[in-house]
Design a protein around this ligand. Sequence first.
Ligand code: PEP
Ligand code: MG
Length: 898
Amino acid sequence: MQYVFDFTEGSKDQRDLLGGKGANLAEMTSLGLPVPPGFTISTKACRTYLATGREPDGLADEIEWHLSGLESGMGKRLGDATDPLLVSVRSGAKFSMPGMMDTVLNVGLTDTSVEGLAAVAGDERFAWDSYRRLIQMFGKTVLGVDGEHFDKALEARKHARGASSDVDLDVADLHELVAEFKEIVRRESDVDFPQDPREQLDRAIHAVFESWNTERARIYRRQERIPDDLGTAVNVVAMVFGNLGPDSGTGVAFTRDPATGEQGVYGDYLPNAQGEDVVAGIRNTLALAELERLDKASYDQLLDIMETLEKHYRDLCDIEFTIERGKLWMLQTRVGKRTAAAAFRIAGQLVDEGLIDADEALSRVTGAQLAQLMFPQFDPAAARTAIARGMAASPGAAVGRAAFDSATAVEWAQRGDDVILVRRETNPDDLRGMVASRGVLTSRGGKTSHAAVVARGMGRTCVVGVEALRVDPRAREFTTPDGARVAEGDVISIDGGTGEVFLGEVPVVPSAVVDALYGDAAPSAPTGPSTAADGARQEVVDAVLRLMRHADDRRRMEVRANADTGEDARRARDLGAAGIGLCRTEHMFLGARRKIVEHVILARTPEQRDAGLDELRPLQRADFTEILEAMDGHPVTIRLLDPPLHEFLPDITDLSVRVAVGDATGSPDQEAAALLAEVQRLHEQNPMLGMRGVRLGLVVPGLFQLQVRAIAEAAASLLARGLDPRPQIMVPLVAAVQELEAIRDMAEATVAEVAAETGTELRFPIGTMIELPRAAMTAHEIAEAAEFFSFGTNDLTQTTWGFSRDDVEATFFPAYLERGIFGVSPFESLDADGVGRLVSIAAWEGKETRGDLELGVCGEHGGDPDSIHFFESIKLDYVSCSPFRVPVARLEAGRAAL
Ligand code: PEP
Ligand code: MG
């Protein structure tokens, strides 16, 4: 087993083994660029070290061997008394974890070699400054001494000398600082600063291995979804010095602007300094262009190298370099991080420059980046301070007056005010208020709470679970942790991308990308850019449209939308949806209509029930007509009524109060008492596992039939008008084929009746949601009665994990995320191993029964990038998501098919 690799051995494709830094140093070495010589100890060695607590066998010898090679190449020995070789020991994992792990510079300096360095460099001050840096870094990183002690000693010395910067300290000061630093090490760690260079090297290597598991590194990995078991490589590199005087320095550079994507050379340069000075912001850096004036030869060489790197990597690169007495050295390069806007713009530019093809460009942008560009944002230049932070549930920036109930929100919106609806949590009654508001803020609930799901569906900005806010709907106010009070009508701003809440109005800028995506369906005449910023924005928009078109060409899966109003359907179509994958019919039974449904459910006679149903039918027919018309020529999957029974029953507490008040005042309310008895009889402890979906349809006769009839009548009337309605009837919460068969028989008979009555030919696909494990496990049978499956991954996740989707995100999910039981909520990104396995088994078995079974997904996961890649891998026919996520899903479905 080889653990150590010379820079001349590796390549950029070996990031797994050599880490990003090591792989790229090797790549630059093989490109003939000026990289200081060195070697990389592999991530494999780190993994073994972390697992066993000691170096793998043979590592010490390998290091010795490579070190000798380095020494003979440099003509110096590590820590030699007269002309010492010094090395840096740098971390470098497969994925960049900036600043999260450790690095030790100047390894090899000792009480004797510092004199040698001083003599060779002809600069005593430099040598002693390097030595004090080593003791400081080694003390902190390897020996675990609190850095404060060193900082304080340094500050005290500067203060004593009246120096404002450490450059102002002289040799005598540094001598004393070194003595003080060594004393700090002895006092704080009980050992002397080691004077054996090889011991320094070994201990620094171990410290870098161990820094993989520091708390900050672990937290960072969790956030970035980087696996915990990769380990870091360690790079041992011959030191070059940027702090050898005014003709030395160090800097960072980008081959394009990572913020805007603008072409050109960007960066910072700090003369007479070592790398950590730039990062620490100790002194103000110069713009890279200044280097041209200071050292034109190095500057020109750097530009040449940057061009070489960009052509070679075919992407934006970021670079760290050092100039030692006029000689340029490359210390690092990598493909640079960039903003969402820059990602699209650069991808477009690189295609134009012939460096990459359209597929490659598509692979370099993500749905998450597109989503960022699709929402209005707070003006980045505007000053603001957050008063609290919750969960970012639905992106965007919203400003408005706080309203504490739905009716107020609607009223104010009607008179033209922008409103933010503030609730502890929302329920279906808040729907009108949510529709009327710019944004929704709740103090409870998680990312799949009612507020979050509905707001995402409507494209409303939403922040949920801001537990620090005390929302008092009665007093119509909320208070912040600092005691600030926000009363009804006060203006607040919420950022659905970060979860932040602000007092007052923060200025918002709209999304040019959304305008363009809508416009793309019906192109309008472009107006020429007027300023450079407009030009840049236009270039981003053009790149987005171009990559979207390419994604559409490439993708295999269709993208449909979850929409249940004509307006949503039209929006979805404008954003490129090829149909409706889920039309929820619940909201069609709320408001004034709820009372009618209540009558239907509580009817004592068939006549009473039929009267209620007759009242509902024309209303439903109008609902379906509007949606089918808006999606003319495209499939519209209408799901029969799903919500739990109690949502249609009178509130049990209100009723109990009515009965109690009647009894107490001596005039018993007979009607309320009878109703209460009935409601109590139907009361459920677990409504989500109770009488909902197909169960309600089977138990309350006429409800589903009414819906099927309304669909058939709507379709018949549209056909008569020469349109092309394509409804698909979907049965929710099926667990057994018998349930589906019963509804199917009823639906077929009803459609046939309407066909006969209207003299039209009507035939609609009838299918089911697969949202219970039993349905997935009996897909073979269920497919006998279903022409399509639509995976309801919200309920399937809920029932597979046994997690209540309305509660868990605010209760124990934070602890689960903290412990790494999962890296992301399974309600947000599909749990491929568990829930995904059920989906793929059901898809496979369903197809075995019925070769032309249509397969789609309509849970929230249909709009989640990672989940979309999974659905592509198991070859579903379509994903369906909220209208605003349709472009994201199109892009990701395209990327998934590459
Ligand atoms: C689902 O369960 O995934 C689904 C789409 O249905 P709902 O979210 O309405 O329960
Ligand atoms: Mg469901």
